[in-house]
Design a protein around this ligand. Structure first.
Ligand code: HEC
Ligand code: HEC
Length: 322
């Protein structure tokens, strides 16, 4: 692996610098002695620090674990329909860049810092999932760990793990019902480079959402604030629009989205039209950084629920009460 080679080089260079420092210390010329030893010591110390952070990063990369739940999916038509709706309104943003579920999008290219490549997997039977058990797919969606126990970095950054048990099972039923399509995607899908590993070791890169092994239930589907709150728990609106939805902050990994309190000034029909056409009531065309295409594929009831939730936010432009 290139990263292991990089790490060995770092440690070897640090050792070489220590040796150079010792040689300089033996120099008769006092200037050379002090300057050489000093420089070698500073460089060796910095490289050792970087190597230590890289080792910490490698440990963090391998530490994530969760049990595989015992599971057998019933595969009812209702499950398949619900699973398709969640894929259309959410997962397709990353997994269907060219054709449904065939993957191949490198999410790493959108990050502000080049930390590696993270290619979305082909989720049809042409990918890995046909060799996985239902429980292994459940664990991948809920906790961002693949069938071999490896960390699925981007999955662990999304909120897919907040989908209810029933919705996660519906997703599995839908994925299983699909025909093979597209090409096999790279396996493993993630390649964190040395910079990424060092940043992970230095806590500058998140290690993913915490593992959760309990049960998750959802309120029944309807145009209610409660169902809207549930949708926002698994959709990634907050990753971009900020944890209170009052706007993202500089330095976050995801693109910065604006304050969603603007929605309070819109009618329901305007909100739905914005997410279906990509043009807001002011005539502004949204950039593709806002995943309005998948989000706009949610049905009227779901978008209505999101609208109910957003128009009752306690935020800057407080027009709604209770
Ligand atoms: C923000 C982009 C993004 C979203 C949204 C997303 N995924 Fe992923 N998914 C990825 C990437 C990238 C990978 C490759 C591994 C990694 O980095 O997590 C992946 C890997 C997977 C895997 C592992 C497959 C394998 O062969 O290793 C499964 C299963 C999966 N995703 C299912 C889903 C489902 C179901 C949804 C919707 C509920 C979803 N994903 C939403 C980006 C995304
Ligand atoms: C990957 C980041 C990202 C995610 C996830 C995301 N947004 Fe956005 N959103 C943006 C960005 C960036 C803009 C600004 C686009 C522009 O104006 O060009 C935006 C704009 C919007 C707007 C239009 C605001 C205006 O004044 O025109 C609405 C409404 C909105 N987002 C709602 C949502 C909702 C609801 C969700 C979750 C279901 C969501 N967004 C998820 C990044 C995101």
């Amino acid at each position: 692996m290139d990263n292991d080679v990089g790490l060995v080089l770092l440690i070897a260079t640090a050792a070489l610098l220590v040796w150079a420092g010792i040689s300089a210390w033996r120099e008769k010329n006092l200037h050379v002695k002090w300057a050489g030893t000093g420089l070698a010591a500073v460089l060796a110390a910095s490289l050792s620090l970087v190597a230590a952070l890289a080792i910490a990063g490698l440990i963090k990369m391998h530490i994530r674990s969760a049990p595989v739940p015992e599971l057998k999916i019933a595969d009812t038509p209702e499950q398949i329909q619900r699973g398709r709706a969640i894929v259309d309104g959410f997962c397709s943003a990353c997994h269907s860049p060219t054709a449904p579920l065939t993957g191949g999008l490198d999410v790493g290219e959108d990050f502000p810092i080049p930390i590696g490549s993270f290619v979305s997997s082909n989720l049809t039977p042409a990918g890995q999932l046909s060799h996985w058990s239902d429980g292994e797919i459940f664990r991948a969606i809920r906790n961002g760990i693949d069938a071999d126990g490896r960390w699925l970095t981007i999955m662990s950054y999304t909120n897919a793990g907040r989908l209810s048990d029933a919705d996660t099972e519906a997703l599995i039923a839908y994925l299983r019902s699909q025909p093979a399509a597209g090409r096999e995607t790279v396996d493993p899908p993630d390649h964190l480079n040395l910079l990424g590993i060092v940043m992970l070791g230095a806590d500058m890169l998140p290690a993913g959402k915490p593992v959760f092994t309990g049960e998750i239930t959802a309120p029944s589907k309807g145009r209610t604030r409660q169902f809207g709150e549930y949708i926002l728990s698994y959709q990634d609106c907050r990753e971009c629009h900020g944890k209170d939805l009052t706007g993202g902050v500089e330095g976050q990994l995801a693109p910065i989205g604006p304050d969603l309190n603007v929605v309070k000034a819109w009618k329901l029909a305007e909100f739905i039209a914005t997410l279906r056409t990509g043009i807001d009531p002011g005539g502004h065309t949204m950039s593709t950084q806002m995943p309005w295409r998948p989000i706009g594929r949610m049905d009227d009831e779901e978008l209505g629920a999101v609208y109910e939730y957003l128009t009752h936010l306690r935020g800057s432009q407080n027009t709604a009460s209770d």
